[in-house]
Design a binder for this molecule. Structure first.
Ligand code: 3H9
Length: 700
């Protein structure tokens, strides 16, 4: 079977694509469709149907081809061939018709889809815009407002919604081929015309006044400094101002500008990084996984509750263990409140909420965990307590139950040592709020079995998380890299910056939140307690965390106490700068003999980001991360690193490791060896003129 096949059934020509896994429009597919459409013009068929084998309709252009020289025919030529066909072409959609795939469907004269299918133009998520007519055809079919919404947010819509938007002509409920054949028969019987979307004219009087400027302003705030969203608005505007072909030319020009941008390179890198992260290096091929049909959670605090929701949302029953009945009630109430918020926001129906809540059962006795397939311990960070819990679990859970800890930095092996089954012990580090955040750091202990690791990585997909495998060390990948980042934030503070300056500098650079605001949100006591358990060497120079410690010791715990690095309005939770904090900073600087100076914003950004990159290089050398792109996934999905910069390691590659090395050396000269010795791997690669990415390619 070739990638594009053609047969005539009666008087209907059926074109079938077969390009697993997602029928991407690679060169062979484009050539195939182009040739088949051309040849079919003169055969006995009266209507052509285009459909796909496998799990999905065409999921878009082949993203791997974007970094290679273009091969003819271009997608726009294939699309023109379809639209110019002298007999109607019907797209018959199942799975997802995305990007260039949906653009192919839009060039067809009619579109039908299974009710379960989804369609959309997600190019913006890759820093691109639809480059094969999507921005010109969608407003002609669905109107300008819907086009702007659909293409700028990139999220696919269901076939039913797409039909309401006039993007799909017929929704099919059972067999796609039979449904599409009946639809084709109807068209033949009614002598249906060739409906070319390009011929539809947009009624400009119906366009809401000022809509393009409103979108530009809104996107400037939501997707600040990103090129693609703004260019999408310009393309849709062009559809209303220019003849169709000129609109296409404008779209192609802006598509190419996006394609060549660093932002798109970063986002495409992340697309593949996210998928690669799921792969476990060295996993024996015959490794089986265990079924996880029930889960126990120890501790119903914020983390435990959020984790319980993640499983209930995936229809997996949860037993939530707390010390007594009032604690259970408190935990379940907090979960219920969270679900109520989702209902209020329209993200969940009342029935779904009731169902999810029915799956979470509070318990107080370990014996009730005897039959669960997985336990996740989510109590506070105290090694003795964790060891006690794991010993209880070892005695109570059936053989084969996976015992996991949600610790964010403690030694997995030490926890596993409290059991007689260290091979079944693993870290599952969720991020707060656990029901929302996408990242799951899976931490392998030295004795975790491949079966347990593979099960944990697979489980992430069930609960809609993105897993990254980490080795066992203080803080694993994410929090280990956060330490030098937080250290530099603290040092900038004592040396002359203010909390607001640091947060604004980092947010302007693209971080979702600045480090001081994050610390206030998480609670300053969390870091304080963690530092109590650190050695002197781990804590470093006393001037590093003296301000943070002073704040906690004054009862300023962050948002929860109403004061931290900022003062918070009790009603709105809005932050305000607090002159008292500046006094504390100045007093601490004086006590430590630090003469404060003005610190430029770019120094703040460089110190925080380069410190993190340097630690990332050490993490790679130590084998804690499997590959540099895994570190990028951790930082983008767990720590609010700007996706359009691709993650810290991709960012380092993109500016050049030689430049990173020079900056580290300059910082070492200014601030000393202790914090700024460049990681040996980074030095080597910089001197060899290489990148983390090509080093990783050599390793695999
Ligand atoms: C575009 O179309 C531009 C045009 O407007 C203009 C052109 C001129 N290309 O995600 P999965 C691979 S831009 C190449 O795990 P799922 C993926 O890497 C494109 N490869 O499966 C993975 O490989 P591996 C607009 C692709 O079932 C395997 O397929 N389209 C592509 O969870 C399975 O993927 C998009 O942005 C591709 N387009 O989800 C859609 N897509 O097994 C991108 C996937 O080696 N794709 N692969 O790791 C998706 O959103 C999801 O893959 C999809 C399936 C929902 C389709």
């Amino acid at each position: 079977m070739s990638i594009v096949n053609y047969e005539v059934i009666g008087d209907i020509g059926v074109i079938r694509l077969n390009n697993p896994p997602v029928n991407a429009l690679s060169n062979g597919v484009r050539e195939g469709i182009w040739g088949v459409i051309k040849n079919a013009q003169n055969d006995a068929s009266k209507v052509l149907i285009l459909l796909c084998d496998g799990d999905t309709f065409i999921a878009g252009a082949d993203i791997t081809e974007f970094s290679k020289p273009p091969q003819p025919p271009a997608l726009s030529e294939v699309i023109a061939e379809i639209e110019n066909s002298n007999k109607p072409v019907i797209a018959a959609i199942h799975g997802t018709a995305l990007g260039g795939g949906f653009e192919v469907a839009l060039a067809c004269h009619y579109r039908c889809a299974l009710a379960s299918a989804k369609v959309g133009l997600p190019e913006v998520k890759l820093g691109l815009l639809p480059g094969a007519g999507g921005t010109q055809r969608v407003p002609r079919l669905a109107g300008v407002t819907s086009a702007l919404e659909l293409i700028t947010n990139g999220t696919p819509v269901t076939a039913i919604k797409a039909a309401e938007m006039n993007l799909i002509d017929q929704v099919i409920n059972d067999d796609l081929l039979n449904g599409a054949l009946s639809f084709a028969r109807e068209l033949i019987d009614h002598n249906a015309p060739l409906r070319r979307v390009r011929d539809i004219s947009i009624d400009t009087t119906s366009i809401p006044k000022g809509i393009f400027d409103d979108f530009r302003k809104r996107l400037e705030i939501e997707a600040h400094s990103q090129l693609a969203p703004q260019h999408i608005v310009s393309c849709v505007e062009a559809a209303t101002l220019l003849p169709f072909d000129e609109g296409l030319t404008k779209e192609l020009d802006l598509f190419i500008e996006c394609l060549l941008s660093d932002q798109s390179a970063a986002l495409r890198h992340l697309f593949f990084a996210e998928r690669k992260a799921k792969k476990i290096q060295g996993l024996p091929k015959d490794t089986s996984t265990r079924e996880i049909n029930s889960v126990g959670i120890i501790g119903g605090g914020t983390m435990g509750g959020g984790i319980a929701m993640s499983f209930a949302n995936a229809n997996i029953p949860v037993k939530l263990l707390e010390i007594n009945q009032p604690s259970i009630e408190k935990a379940i109430k907090a979960v219920e409140n969270n679900y109520n918020l989702s209902v209020q926001k329209g993200k969940l129906t009342v029935e779904q909420k009731i169902h999810c809540l029915s799956l979470i059962k509070g318990i107080t006795d370990y014996s009730e965990l005897a039959e669960v397939d997985l336990v996740i311990e989510a109590v506070f960070e105290n090694m003795e307590l964790k060891q006690e819990i794991f010993s209880e679990l070892d005695q109570n859970c059936k053989p084969g139950t996976i015992l996991s800890t949600n610790t964010s930095f403690q030694d997995i092996d030490q926890i596993a040592a409290a059991t007689n089954r260290p091979q079944d012990v693993i870290g599952l580090h969720f991020f707060s709020p656990a029901n929302v955040m996408k990242l799951l750091e899976v931490v392998r202990g030295s004795k975790s079995s491949y079966q347990v690791i593979a099960t944990a990585m697979q489980l992430a997909k069930t609960i809609k998380k993105i897993p990254v495998l980490a080795g066992n060390c203080y803080g694993f990948i994410g929090n280990r890299m956060l330490l030098p980042y937080a250290r530099e934030a603290q040092l900038c503070l004592i040396e002359g910056a203010t909390p607001d300056q640091i947060d604004t500098a980092m947010q302007s650079w693209g971080m979702a939140m600045g480090p001081m605001a994050v610390a206030d949100l998480a609670g300053l006591d969390v870091g304080y307690k963690a530092r109590q358990g650190m050695s002197k060497a781990q804590k470093g120079d006393p001037k590093t965390f003296c301000i943070a410690d002073a704040l906690v010791e004054m009862g300023r715990l962050g948002q929860k106490s109403g004061t931290g690095y900022y003062r918070y309005d009790p009603d709105t939770r809005k932050r305000k700068n607090d002159p008292e904090v500046l006094e504390i900073i100045e007093a601490q600087a004086k006590a430590q003999g630090v003469v404060r100076r003005p610190i430029p914003n770019d120094e703040i950004v460089n110190r925080l980001i380069f410190a993190m990159i340097n630690e990332g290089a050490k993490i790679l050398e130590d084998g804690i991360a499997q590959r540099p792109s895994d570190i990028d996934v951790v930082y983008v999905y767990g720590y609010g690193f700007p996706a359009h910069r691709g993650g810290p390691m991709h960012y380092a590659d993109s500016i050049g490791l030689a430049k990173v090395y020079d900056s580290l050396c300059a910082l070492r000269n200014q601030h000393g060896e202790e914090n700024w010795t460049p990681a040996p791997l980074l030095v080597r690669l910089a001197l060899e003129g290489r990148t983390f990415t090509n080093w990783a390619n050599d390793q695999s």
